[in-house]
Ligand binder design. Structure first.
Ligand code: GSH
Length: 196
């Protein structure tokens, strides 16, 4: 898999492959100097790009997650039918509006725009926080695909300014965040690759 260690999309893909116990090689790329072979098999030029044994290419992070879980027959465990619709809807909000607001919060030069984007990000975080009133993870007491797909983006959001986020007092999100952050699976997928 072509990957970039700090990319949240690549993190969710690596997490799913790890959870599914699928062995894979990581080819760590530089986003500024993408390998020709990667661009040849996936001209859109984003990571992650997974190349299967039969040369089939999967170059969308959610497709990689779904492929990994279904390949190992553990789809029901991570994306149970009764939670499928809400899971995909929460992930879709993450990948569209939350990601857009997160980028403005991170990169906007104008202070008002940054603050506005921060507030908009908090709307989504509050929605997640509310879900965590009921369970330890977003939709259950064990982590599902939805948790692993969203977590890397919340991590980016919190890391922009940890103290500013902590001032908001989202206790449940903080607990959920720390639980996944300190998990074996996250630690494993963040280990520095020896092949690059
Ligand atoms: N929709 C894609 C998005 C992947 C994506 O945007 N990855 C970023 C890195 S975090 C990327 O490769 N950007 C290309 C670049 O910066 O040139 C997915 O889910 O896999």
């Amino acid at each position: 898999m072509y990957s970039y260690r700090r990319c949240p999309y690549a993190m969710r893909a690596r997490l799913s492959l790890y959870l599914a116990r699928i062995e894979f090689f990581i080819y760590e790329i530089s986003l500024k100097n993408k390998p020709e072979h990667m661009l040849a098999v996936s001209p859109k030029g984003t990571v992650p790009v997974l190349i299967l044994g039969d040369n089939q290419i999967i170059d969308e992070s959610l497709d990689i997650m779904i492929w990994a879980f279904s390949h190992q027959g553990i789809m029901d465990k991570y994306l149970p039918q009764d939670k499928k619709q809400i899971s995909l809807s929460l992930i879709n909000s993450n990948d569209t509006s939350f990601k857009k607001n997160l980028d403005s919060y991170k990169y906007a030069y104008d202070d008002n725009k940054r603050e506005n984007a921060f507030k908009k990000c908090l709307d989504y975080v509050s929605e997640l926080d509310l879900l965590l009133e009921k369970n330890e993870y977003l939709l259950d007491d064990c982590p599902l695909m939805v948790d692993y797909a969203i977590f890397p983006f919340i991590r980016q959001f919190i890391n922009v300014d940890v103290l500013k986020f902590e001032d908001e007092g989202f206790k449940k999100i903080n607990q959920w965040f720390n639980r996944i952050l300190s998990s074996n699976e996250f630690e494993h997928i963040m280990m520095k690759s020896k092949i690059s």
